[in-house]
Write a protein that binds this ligand. Sequence first.
Ligand SMILES: [Zn+2]
Length: 80
Amino acid sequence: MGELVRNCRLCQKQMESSPFTMCSKCLTESNRVQSFVAKHPHVSIERISNETEVPYDKVEQMVMLGLNEKDTMESQAKSS
Ligand SMILES: [Zn+2]
């Protein structure tokens, strides 16, 4: 139980079991994007990508997945 192999929801790479839905690399990048977007709520994806050095495609995917919200904490909320 809890040993499910999962794939990172961002880069789709297989990752070790973790409380997060993303691998550590994507987690770091999405944190960077999130804090940037928090300070600059209405910037374009292109701008976010430039400023955070996260690839454009990935930023776009984060936005699509709604990662601008605190989604990385998802599994913590579910832990009851
Ligand atoms: Zn990933």
